[in-house]
Design a protein around this ligand. Structure first.
Ligand code: 4AD
Ligand code: MG
Length: 430
């Protein structure tokens, strides 16, 4: 019977065959312990010299790291392993012998590992991070589908900029100039006017010259957009959504969180509602915390966000930033037009901003004025304004950065480990 490591609990006491690679090995004269991986998980195979044919034991003793095989044996309980089971091996059929696998069980430097990302992905830790990423994606679809949202796919090649013009990747589009999408938002606003509540999930691109542990050049964003939904209502959706993905990961990725040594007590109380602090109060808080130079009107950097987050044990919304430092499309505060109806959601433990969102300007004349003030031109000018011309309604939306969320929940400190093949300032390979 062929099965996978993920399913061995169904086969206790039975003999099964698994297609696997050798992750690691220990052996003595009489017994060999094979650390097996098959993509679905990791499991130990025990080969006892006296219980198997001589050639099987010799193969087990000499098999090299990352060689592939069909391995057959009896599944038995093993309370010491996180999986709870191991295999008492009877037979091994070598498929392919790997020679000189470069990533050995010893420590390697980050650049070396990044150069071998195509192989590094096989390691236990990277496997766990990818499984957590997958669970966040799965839970995202579940949350929005269960709440009446329609998935809409905005284009990647665009003629417009959503988040400012300095970070665009330019490309040729036959005879025209095009960009890689920074955000699907403008298109999602059009979609919300057609479908009510929508969400997107796709790659976005920013030619940011930032070399930090939170910035990727290509990252994936989840962007919901909701017609007839005002700022405060949008914050409620955001806290429900983030709570849902955190609780889903806790429930469905226990083994992975354990592999990563994640302190899950810090995640368990991540349940809505989340605290809110205004930009004004955040400035005061920062001053109290020793950032004496900061002045109203300045944007926050990573150290500021971390300091603010330290005061809370849940993600915190920083609301109502100065209009000057935010995107052109944000709705002004009705009593204080110098600030906008927006919020950034800052993750705890120093993982930084995971969501940026706002209510959108729905008045045609004001939107035209903003286009002028921001010196924006381009393809979106007409169609985006037309959304305000025909049955304009209050609407809000937000974007959650997948990789920063994966970093937070996994407890890894750099986003380069949260995406299979990271695109970084100095890296387009592999
Ligand atoms: O705050 P941002 O720039 O917001 C937008 O793009 C809006 N148009 C979204 C919307 O309202 N539909 O980006 C949203 C999130 C950030 O909070 C952050 O988590 C992530 O995207 N992000 C990045 N993640 C990794 N690398 C980068 N360079 C990122 N830039 C933003
Ligand atoms: Mg932002």
């Amino acid at each position: 019977m062929k099965t996978t490591i993920a399913n061995v609990s169904e086969f206790e006491g039975k003999t099964v065959t698994i297609g696997a690679w050798l992750a690691n090995k220990r052996s003595s004269g009489k017994i060999a312990f094979l650390q097996l991986r098959d993509g679905t998980g990791f499991m130990q195979g025990v080969v006892v010299k006296n219980d198997v044919e001589e050639d099987v034991f010799n193969l087990a003793k000499n098999i090299t790291q990352e060689s592939s095989m069909y391995i057959t044996g009896t599944i038995v309980e093993d309370t010491r392993s996180p999986l709870g089971y191991e295999m008492q091996v009877q037979e091994i059929e070598l498929i392919h012998e790997a020679v000189d696998y470069p990533i050995t069980p010893k420590e390697h430097g980050t650049e070396f590992l990044m150069d071998h990302r195509h192989l590094w992905l096989r390691s236990k830790k990277q496997h766990a991070v990818m499984k957590i990423r997958n669970e966040i994606i799965r839970a995202t679809y579940q949350f929005f589908n269960d709440n009446g949202y329609v998935k809409v796919d905005p284009p990647i090649l665009t003629g417009s900029s959503a988040e400012g013009t300095t970070e665009l990747f330019h490309t040729k589009y036959f005879d025209e100039e095009a960009y890689l999408s920074q955000s699907g938002q403008l298109y999602m606003e059009a979609a919300a006017m057609a479908l009510g509540k929508v969400f997107s999930f796709g790659p976005t691109f920013r030619a940011e010259k930032s070399k930090t542990r939170r910035h990727l050049i290509e990252f994936w964003m989840i962007e919901p957009e909701m017609a007839f939904v005002e700022h405060e209502e949008s914050l409620e959706v955001q806290e429900q959504y983030v709570s849902f993905i955190v609780q889903s990961v806790l429930q469905n990725c226990k083994l992975e969180l354990e592999t990563l040594g994640r302190d899950t007590s810090k995640l368990e109380n991540i349940k809505a509602p989340f605290p809110r602090i205004s930009y004004d109060d955040a400035i005061e808080l920062l001053k109290e915390k020793g950032f004496t130079d900061i002045e109203w009107g300045e944007d926050f950097g990573a150290p500021h966000e971390t300091a603010i987050a330290e005061s809370f044990d849940k993600p915190v919304f920083i609301t109502n930033y100065p209009a000057e430092i935010k995107a052109f499309y944000m709705q002004p505060h009705p009593e204080r037009p110098e600030v906008v109806l927006c919020a950034d959601l800052i993750a705890p433990e120093g993982y930084g901003e995971i969501i940026g969102g706002s209510e959108r300007i729905n008045d045609l004349e004001l939107m035209k004025k903003r286009y002028e003030q921001h010196e924006l031109t381009g393809e979106a000018y007409n169609w985006y304004l037309e959304l305000r011309k025909y049955g304009s309604v209050p609407h809000s939306g937000f974007g959650l950065g997948l990789e920063r969320t994966v970093a937070w929940l996994s407890g890894v400190d750099h986003v380069r480990e949260t995406i299979p093949f990271p695109r970084l300032l100095n890296r387009l390979y592999p």
